[in-house]
Design a protein around this ligand. Sequence first.
Ligand SMILES: *Cc1c(COP(=O)(O)O)cnc(C)c1O
Length: 365
Amino acid sequence: MHIPFFSSQPMHAAIRGEMLVAMARVYDSNWYVLGKEVTQFEQAYSEFSQVTHTVGVGNGLEALTLALRALGIGRGDEVIVPSNTFIATWLAVTHVGATPVPVEPELTTSNLDPELLAAAITPRTRAIIPVHLYGQACRMPAIMALAHVHGLQVMEDNAQAQGAAFDGQLTGSFGAVNTTSFYPTKNLGALGDAGAITTNSEELAQRLRVLRNYGSVTKNHHETVGYNSRLDELQAALLRAKLSYLAEWTAQRQQIAAWYTQHLAGITNLRLPTLAAGATHVYHLYVVHTPFRDALQGYLATQGIGTQVHYPVPPHLQSAYTQLNLPIGSLPVAEELAATCLSLPLWPGMTEDMVGAVASAIRRF
Ligand SMILES: *Cc1c(COP(=O)(O)O)cnc(C)c1O
């Protein structure tokens, strides 16, 4: 059985008619940037996220960059980031002129360890960016409490966890400004690049609307050195159509994860995802850990099963960050996770038979 790592085909086949109607509506509107489709999607995403404001932008990296700018973070500042995140979280900090300061995750959940935060705080620290990695909510109450004590901003990177919650509160609603990505493979995916920032502050939302549009408040008046990073009308229309299915797709992801957990139980040298007490998981990815990762990935490929590694090289070991002088061995938890993690196929529309076939292949290996 050929099982791809990811396919949007079942999702997209089911809503094809609706998506084409949305495309035609934008096509016929003659208005393609910052119009009513963006406003309507922003309202719908705010309702979904239980926040008062959403600002649609070009992609997840720019969402992070603009959010840091809106908080006034820049040269000379330090921002705490997870050592094992996708590099975009670090890049945004670097782009605004600040320094990313990595903190190690919990080995069990792969999410930022709140107990390790205090030791990373210096007089220059301005913010913490928790990343809800793979779709599981970070332990936000502990992170928020520590940030409060030290007078730090919190900015969630919610690119992988739309709809997850901790103690009943949705991810993307804890921090002062929080970012997400609608890259096509994310749980809510556009048909191209797109991203957004969520906030409960009217003032920060207004600053972000200015920043995304050349720093312009009114046409031809530029109050700050802004960007061109706008969610476009076409993606907004498509995202609004897809948003009404997100809860259903999330439930399917959780069902598929439950099948994996059941079918993969009791295999030695294979560690399955762990949930923190209080956290929900929307399974952007189902990630297992094994010391035989590379061999297992190779074997599954011979069986027609697609897998990926998120992420094989942590940011501190990338050439882009040699200037931080963090050699191999300096962040051992991130390095161990990078060496052992494997993401299994998971997409709405996968059947229990497919999950069973993946599990049988892993057991044979
Ligand atoms: C995908 C992702 C991003 C970047 O989003 P883009 O839209 O691809 O720029 C940032 N952070 C995390 C954790 C991501 O998974």
